[in-house]
Design a protein around this ligand. Structure first.
Ligand code: XIL
Length: 445
């Protein structure tokens, strides 16, 4: 039995059309491969991790050891994410509270849970100016350099073989227009401290990918982005062992998702490193927050070497900046609109789904009546009665009318939710000169 994977036939076609094309493609594949039957098209992912896996990517979260007794938190974490970062538990102060005396209990709790549940672990962070243990904060010079190298050997050595990627050095550059290194006690040990850290990490765990991780490096035109880029280019040229660059991606209204994000990610990737979104959170709510989350997801998916996305926490109330409500689940564990936008975007890597997996839903799209300036489209949801359907309209199109669902938005992405009239609903769109059928995706909520 051949399992045929069908890729973006979907584009701007309705899902039902895409499924037809998928079926046709399978028949063709079966025929040329000389097999008697082809398998079903892979279903759209109904969780973030499943949807990301469609394009070979991961979807991760930060986990706090102190919340691991919260069953709602752990249920969501286990269901949605397959890459785990310890939010604080592998940092310098947590792992080496007294000089030369390591403590891995909280870090191990997170790493072991992840591994037992078939998830991978991003290590965070081996060397950083912040969250240093107090004994290190007061150190300088060659003694500090030795202590840093010893710390890296101890921590990366302890987790050897268990870590997908380490943030070896975190936040070493200054904000603003200088493009300079941040003035920290580690920087004052000599400009080569970063490469020394990477070499120490490589010898402690040769199989972990080694990343440089920072924030405010998202906009290609910013001096800090250019400065990090130049360092990575220099490291690659001189054989310093670096494999990846992490983009923290903490966004808010003063620091929004840049429209050139994919350009930044691609330019770094072109240096021969993987790129990852490592600490994503976006202040806001509703459609504007959801659109920004989609933008980040889209930017990553546009870059082959963008291997995954991690959000910095599970529910809004778990966030280090909870008042910004910056995550994908609300404080009660409900999927926010931003969740649906991310899931929808991740699922564009798949050709469309056939049967909805348990606990999920699918939606079929059928264009029906049309008039000169407008046309109707009918959507049929299966798999659940509690759904949210995102409808992507074509450019120029706008909503004139809807029935049997509550539909919000007028152009671009519309959101439909049940209004007590069952699982089939319809919309009338003004064509605006564009008669293409909208696409749709479903979130079981
Ligand atoms: C934050 C944690 O989320 C907080 O719990 C802690 O109090 C401070 O650190 N950049 C990083 C992360 O690399 O380690 C930080 O995490 C957020 C900013």
């Amino acid at each position: 039995m051949t399992r045929v994977r069908v890729r973006p036939v979907r584009a701007r076609l309705g899902r039902s059309t895409a499924r037809f094309a998928a079926a046709a493609a399978m028949l063709v594949a079966g025929c040329f491969a000389g097999v008697s039957a082809a398998g079903p098209a892979l279903a759209d992912g109904s969780t973030l991790q499943a949807a990301a896996a469609e394009s070979g990517r991961y979807f991760g979260t930060a986990i706090a050891a102190g919340r691991m007794s919260d069953s709602q938190y752990m249920t969501i974490a286990n269901r949605e994410f397959n890459m785990i970062t310890a939010e604080n538990e592998m940092k310098m102060d947590a792992t080496e509270p007294s000089r030369g005396q390591f403590n891995f209990s909280a870090g191990d709790q997170i790493a072991n849970w992840a591994i037992q549940n078939n998830k991978r672990v991003r290590g965070h962070a081996l060397a950083w100016h912040s969250q240093q243990p107090s004994w290190m904060q007061s150190m300088e010079g060659s003694a500090l350099r030795t202590a840093m190298l010893n710390h890296i050997a101890g921590v990366a050595g302890h987790y050897k073989g268990k870590i997908y990627a380490w943030d070896v050095v975190n936040e070493a550059f200054e904000d603003g227009s200088s493009g300079a290194r941040r003035n920290s006690n580690l920087q004052r040990t000599g400009n080569d401290w970063i490469e020394a850290a990477f070499r120490a990490a490589r010898s402690a765990d040769p199989n972990a990918k080694l990343c440089y991780n920072d924030y405010n490096t998202d906009n290609w035109n910013h001096a800090k982005t250019q400065a990090v880029y130049n360092m990575v280019r220099d490291f690659k040229a001189r054989g310093v062992p670096i494999d990846c660059v992490g983009f923290q991606a903490h966004f808010n209204s003063g620091n929004p998702v840049p429209s050139n994000y994919h350009v930044t990610l691609q330019n770094f990737a072109d240096l021969g490193v993987d790129v990852q979104i490592t600490e994503l959170d976006i202040a806001g709510s509703g459609t504007s927050q959801a659109e920004q989350f989609r933008g980040v997801t889209q930017a990553c998916m546009a870059v082959t070497r963008c291997t995954g996305i991690t959000v910095w926490g599970v529910r809004d109330t778990d966030s280090w900046r909870a008042s910004d409500t910056p995550l994908l689940f609300d404080g009660s564990g409900n999927k926010k609109l931003a969740y649906s936008y991310v899931l929808d975007q991740l699922n564009t890597a798949d050709g469309g789904s056939t049967t909805p997996p348990a606990g999920s839903c699918t939606v079929t799209v059928a264009k029906t009546e049309s008039w000169g300036d407008r046309f109707n489209t009918v959507f049929t949801v299966s798999g659940t009665n509690n759904w949210r359907v995102l409808i992507r309209t074509g450019s120029g199109q706008s909503l004139q009318n809807s029935w049997n669902a509550t539909v919000s938005g007028t152009s671009g992405t519309l959101t439909a939710t049940p209004n007590g009239n069952g699982n089939q609903f319809g919309i009338t769109l003004y064509t605006g000169g564009n008669t293409s059928t909208p696409t749709a995706s479903c979130t079981a909520v």
